[in-house]
Design a binder for this molecule. Structure first.
Ligand code: ADP
Ligand code: MG
Length: 238
């Protein structure tokens, strides 16, 4: 579970091609980071995988099945939004349970999953609070909890830490890496932050104007950048 193949995937907005035909394979359990400058198509690519945008061409295969025209809710993936997407008037428990209530799961099953997610995320003592009564890091964990309870084949993160302060960002980065180790679930993580890419990824996908410039482990990219763009972006030895 969590094996994703992009085959000849293209995206145009009107006349503008944002993603030229592109191939990519993401393996089960991998932590993959899409990195590249602002406007290069990272979010678009993630949204195509999530099904929040339709492809202009090509196919998306998830766990062996053609998911290209499958609606987002049925792809078995969970997008993690920034913590400000929480419902301020609902308790932590209700925020985390929300996607399961929408999916009409049984109450006992909802309670079981919320409890398990809260334990993993150290939120057990905060379930009855509202988001406004939590720290920034705790709020981000609630946003992740809302994804975990869906038991997805893969987690999709779009710059989840970009509105946290620097110190908190480092802590959350470690927490997400730790979570990946524990869950062993595929994670696709979008960032324009080279340090996040280098420290979190099993595999980095470097994007430039919708093109994949290079794919490789942090060490491979660091040692053998294919071109100056990759070298400059990843950070060459100083
Ligand atoms: P990134 O996440 O790397 O900053 P995006 O994927 O958000 O980049 O955007 C890539 C390009 O696609 C940008 O030029 C952006 O303006 C354009 N774009 C994104 N979404 C839309 C849309 N819904 N309609 C038209 N253009 C879009
Ligand atoms: Mg973006």
């Amino acid at each position: 579970m969590g094996h994703i193949i992009l085959e000849n995937v293209k995206k145009r907005f009107g006349e503008v091609t944002v993603i030229p035909p592109l191939d990519l394979e993401i393996n089960d359990g991998e932590f993959v980071v899409f990195v590249g400058p602002s406007g290069c198509g990272k979010s678009t690519l993630l949204r195509l995988i999530a099904g929040l945008e339709d492809v202009t061409g090509g196919r998306i295969i998830i766990d062996g099945k053609d998911a290209t025209s499958v609606p987002p809710a049925r792809r078995g993936l969970a997008m993690v939004f920034q913590s400000y997407a929480l419902y301020p008037h609902m308790s932590v428990r209700k925020n985390i349970a929300f996607p399961l209530r929408m999916a009409r799961l049984e109450r006992a099953e909802i309670d079981r999953r919320v409890k398990a997610a809260a334990e993993v995320l150290n939120l057990t003592d905060y379930l009855d609070r509202r988001p406004g009564q939590l720290s920034g890091g705790q709020r981000q964990r609630v946003a992740i909890g809302r994804a975990i309870v869906r038991e997805p084949a893969a987690f999709l993160f779009d710059e989840p830490l970009s509105n946290l302060d620097a110190a908190l960002r480092v802590g959350m980065r470690l927490e997400i890496s730790e979570l990946h180790k524990r869950l062993e679930t595929t994670m696709i993580y979008v960032t324009h932050d080279q340090v996040e890419a280098m420290t979190m990824a099993d595999k980095i996908v470097v994007l430039r104007a919708g093109n994949i410039e290079q794919v490789g482990s942090p060490l491979e990219l660091y040692r053998n950048p294919r071109n100056l763009f990759v070298a400059g972006f990843i950070g060459s030895p100083k």
